[in-house]
Design a protein around this ligand. Structure first.
Ligand code: GDP
Length: 178
């Protein structure tokens, strides 16, 4: 259809959590527009926050992506409000999956808004032979935790935009832009 100029672009803050090494910086680099996802100039991702206006389904949205490492406290110190959480683990690292589950519990305990989207992100899905977390188990976990599941590969740039576009779509459904 014909896209009409919208009067104001909604803005969303999306926070990424996960153990070191799971691929948050690589995912953020793709979001930020790095041509080679695994060769990111650290200066590009100043203070681990990247704001970008993206076009999803013909409509723009401004997304601020925050790499918040490993704690909710750290996220709080960087952004005033969070519209969506990405819990990133590596499918090759069971401990990182368990950490994502712990973070899910923390969010439930401390984050009041029950309909804040939470997405479980199983990164490094290209490393099939090193897989420690079966997708079936991740699916069960996602149902229990009432969140979506996406397996991504920052290396292969697989499902990465499906993830980011999906977050924007979910946020529009909830209508909770900040
Ligand atoms: P962070 O600590 O969570 O920010 O993780 P990084 O983005 O720094 O990635 C940690 C390591 O995993 C780096 O050596 C990356 O090149 C590698 N890596 C990140 N994503 C992927 C992926 O999807 N597949 C593979 N094979 N390696 C990845």
């Amino acid at each position: 259809g014909i896209s009409s100029e919208s009067s104001s672009t909604p803005a969303f803050t999306v926070v990424m959590f996960g153990d070191p090494g799971v691929g948050k910086t690589a995912l953020a680099g793709i979001f930020a527009g790095a041509t080679d996802s695994l060769d990111i100039d650290s200066e590009m991702f100043v203070e681990e926050v990247c704001e970008r206006t993206v076009l999803v389904d013909g409509e723009s949205a401004t997304v601020t992506l925050v790499d918040s490492c490993n704690s909710l406290g750290e996220a709080r110190s960087r952004v005033s409000s969070v519209d969506a959480f990405l819990l990133v683990y590596s499918i090759t690292d069971r401990a990182s999956f368990e950490r994502a589950a712990e973070l899910r519990i923390q969010i439930r305990q401390t984050h009041a808004h029950a309909n804040t989207p939470i997405i479980l992100v199983g990164n490094k899905c290209d490393l099939v032979r090193c897989r420690e977390v079966p997708i079936s188990q991740a699916r069960v976990c996602a149902v229990v935790f009432d969140c979506k599941l996406v397996e991504t590969s920052a290396l292969m740039q697989h499902n990465v935009w499906l993830l980011f576009d999906g977050v924007v779509r979910q946020l529009r459904l909830h209508g909770n832009s900040s």
